[in-house]
Design a protein around this ligand. Structure first.
Ligand code: GDP
Length: 473
């Protein structure tokens, strides 16, 4: 041992430099979740905790912090010039407003890079160098984009038939009838009328948007119709499913001329798959090392049983992207390499501490219903209940001689300070009659004033240990 250390001490500066370079690591950590799951708040809270000088107090369960090996974290230029920067400063500005406000939600893919400098303790590197750096790229993208994965396996006709099965959900929206009426008027086997296709596609987009934004549902295909970004108004998004057709009609439409409305829709669908869905997997997903999926179970409970079921299905679709161990299609197309997946119940500060175990159990119950949950091969999976930016304080009150846990925070709508017991979180999904008798009503809070102590969180240290611990030994 002594001889080896001696050998290291006498290494030239040049060799040390190269060992040091070798010690530096890169990690691409992707964050996703369906709209409103808490991605923007999560990244803002995480970056705030990492760059704050109170890491020892704020992140005690993160080994590198606890053992005082963290030297410093700073933001660096992001590596990809074609991806928007995550607007951390803008998010902080909202949180520092008077009264504080939540930052604007994720609408597109964005990223930021952190350089995390630490003292290594293991291996050759620890003997030779004082410090190493982990370059952490955090990538934020809408979970809706993962909902498009099944489209890779379906042709247009199959996709239409699958969308027809969603008629019951579509019917929750007042925008369903206008879409169906307009669809009936499209002569599918005749020459396409571009204006008509645009109008019907716009009605389909209104239907999906209403379902998700106003009726509280989650599944929407194509996912980019909700957040089209620079695809807005392009022919790539000017298509819609043909619903409620029998197999005979489909077979006839398959033979329709190339310029017919049906064939034009079919071509656009395929173009969407080739030019939007596949490139996302190839250019982004394939380069993620680790993934966090945020799930807001509490808002889904508030919305009701059909919506909660829809979230469960949507999550199941989202998880399919991480089944690459079992999916020759994904492996062949994108060679994904994610080795750790964290599925986190977000906004755990909405409930009292004694209910957070139930929240985690409920998330486990939701995942069990996913047909994909059992097959993560080569990928370590963990679940947690977290809050990236705590909007409430935990406390207790005595009620009829009994101590009861409560939370306190400013209600989002009224900005009134409330102290309340937000109710029990069910450990498993309640049966249908429960939803009829009583629903759930978890209160939303605005962020706390962070001027004094900085932002607070729940279990981000635990999360960092799972996600980065092994890379910083
Ligand atoms: P995104 O669409 O996934 O980017 O979701 P956001 O990060 O914008 O979060 C949506 C909303 O959820 C926010 O505006 C907040 O109202 C709420 N929220 C997000 N994270 C937290 C949290 O940790 N605690 C609380 N109480 N609310 C949160």
């Amino acid at each position: 041992m002594g001889t080896i250390s001696h050998a290291f001490t006498s290494l030239s500066r040049h060799s040390r430099h190269w060992i040091q370079r070798g010690a530096d690591r890169h990690l691409r950590l992707a964050v996703t979740g369906l709209s409103g799951a808490g991605k923007t708040a999560f990244i803002t809270g995480l970056v705030h905790q990492l760059t704050s000088d109170k890491c020892g107090q704020q992140l005690p369960l993160w080994q590198v912090c606890r053992s005082q090996r963290l030297i410093g974290v700073r933001r660096e230029m992001q590596p990809d010039l074609d991806i928007a920067s995550f607007d951390y400063q803008g998010a902080l500005a909202s949180l520092n407003r008077e009264p504080p406000a939540w930052p604007a939600s994720t609408r597109n893919i964005s990223e930021l890079r952190l350089a995390i400098k630490y003292r290594p303790v293991q291996g050759l590197v620890a003997k030779v160098t004082e410090s190493a750096t982990l370059y952490l790229d955090i990538i934020d993208y809408p979970g809706e984009w993962l909902l498009d994965l099944p489209m890779l396996k379906l042709d247009f006709g199959q996709w239409c038939r699958q969308q027809s099965l969603r008629a019951e959900v579509f019917a929750h929206s007042p925008a369903y009838a206008p879409f169906i009426d307009a669809l009936k008027d499209v002569p599918l086997e005749q020459t396409a009328d571009e204006l008509q296709l645009q109008q019907v596609a716009a009605l389909y987009q209104t239907l999906l948007t209403d379902l998700v934004r106003n009726q509280g549902f989650y599944l929407a295909q194509p996912g980019r119709m909700l957040l089209p970004g620079d695809l807005d108004g392009t022919p790539l998004l000017t298509f819609f499913p043909v619903l409620s057709m029998d197999m005979n009609t489909f077979s006839k439409l398959e033979q329709a001329p190339r310029d017919s409305a049906y064939q034009v829709l079919k071509t656009r669908y395929q173009e969407y798959v080739n030019k939007v869905v596949k490139p996302f997997y190839r250019h982004h997903f394939a380069h993620f090392d680790r993934q966090i999926v945020l799930v807001d179970c509490l808002s889904a409970l508030n919305r009701g049983r059909p919506q909660f079921d829809d979230m469960t299905s949507a999550l199941s679709e989202v998880l399919e992207s991480f089944q690459f161990g079992k999916s020759p299609l994904l492996r062949r197309l994108f060679a994904p390499r994610i080795d750790k997946l964290l599925i986190a119940a977000s906004k755990a500060d909405h409930v009292t501490l004694d209910q957070q175990g139930n929240l985690l159990h409920l998330l486990g119950d939701v995942l069990k219903q996913s047909r994909h949950a059992a097959h993560f091969e080569g990928c370590q999976v963990e679940t947690m209940a977290i809050s990236a930016i705590r909007a409430t304080d935990a406390g207790s009150v005595t009620h009829e001689g009994q101590a009861k846990q409560v939370i306190q925070g400013y209600e989002l709508q009224s900005d009134q300070l409330l102290t309340l017991f937000p109710g029990d979180v069910p450990r498993t999904l309640p049966k249908a009659d429960f939803w009829q008798q009583q629903g759930f009503d978890f209160t939303a809070f605005r962020p706390k004033d962070s001027a004094g102590d900085g932002l607070q969180h729940l279990r981000l240290d635990h999360l960092l240990e799972f996600m980065l611990g092994d890379k910083m030994r």
